[in-house]
Design a protein around this ligand. Structure first.
Ligand code: FE
Length: 246
């Protein structure tokens, strides 16, 4: 009888071990889809998200994906965490400052589109980066835009064609507006203030290529010309602001 009992005990022990192994395997197996589920939202939660007119080239998308994998680095040292943008040399000159002019209004609404009912002019999409002089994109930089409408008129009582925004995780900004019109004594231009986190404010203006009156303008610098491109979706301009980080 004793041998039979020992044999039953061994069989029971083997059955327990087999059951335990099955449970461990099942637990490990269930962990795999959970890990996949964590990865997928990380990718989806960081859309590069602007309309197709602003979709960055693949090289920039790849770089951006790398940025988002290290959000803690972006928060603690934004100017150190991001690699230089593709095509940017090791050192670039800072964007020149120029006069603020008489029409700045503080406390503008935060928005990326200045187009609203009553705004006149040809639609313009303006995009680009805010960079440091070593070509590093700066996330969280503040940009405050203001400009005349297509007829050269400023709104000095409200916030029409005025608005601020912040660069995204890749240091990019995106603005929907209209091509500003001429007003007496000035070529078309867009005013802007830019500030990297905890850095001084740069006040400057953007100009448009091909405008004869640019050269006679007291505040004009060739470095302030945007790059223009006609697309199926309208007029697109690009400009990268470069800040000296102190
Ligand atoms: Fe102006």
């Amino acid at each position: 009888m004793q041998p039979r009992s020992s044999s039953n005990q061994r069989a029971f022990l083997q059955l327990c071990l087999l059951s335990l192994a099955t449970m461990v395997f099942a637990a490990c197996g269930s962990a795999t889809p959970a890990a996949t589920a964590v990865v997928q939202p990380t990718t989806e939660a960081a859309p590069l998200g602007q309309p197709s007119m602003t979709s960055p080239p693949p090289a920039q998308i790849a770089a951006t994906a790398g940025f988002q994998a290290r959000p803690e680095a972006t928060e603690t040292a934004p100017t150190q965490a991001l690699p230089p943008i593709p095509g940017c040399s090791a050192e670039v000159n800072p964007t020149p400052s120029t006069t603020e002019g008489p029409y700045y209004t503080a406390d503008t609404p935060e928005r990326t589109s200045l187009i609203e009912p009553g705004v006149t002019g040809t639609k313009l999409v303006l995009t680009g980066y805010v960079l440091s002089t070593d070509c590093t994109p700066i996330p969280g930089a503040w940009l405050d835009f203001w400009q005349a409408d297509g007829n050269g008129q400023y709104d000095n009582t409200g916030y029409r064609l005025r608005g601020h925004q912040f660069t995204d995780e890749a240091g990019r900004y995106y603005l929907e507006t209209v091509v500003p019109g001429l007003y007496p004594g000035r070529p078309p231009h867009i005013h802007v203030k830019i500030q990297a986190p905890n850095q001084p404010v740069l006040t400057t203006q953007l100009y448009f290529p091909g405008e004869v009156s640019n050269q006679g303008d007291s505040f004009f610098f060739p470095q302030l010309l945007v790059t223009m491109q006609d697309t199926e979706q309208g007029v697109m301009a690009t400009f990268n602001f470069v800040l000296e980080i102190q």
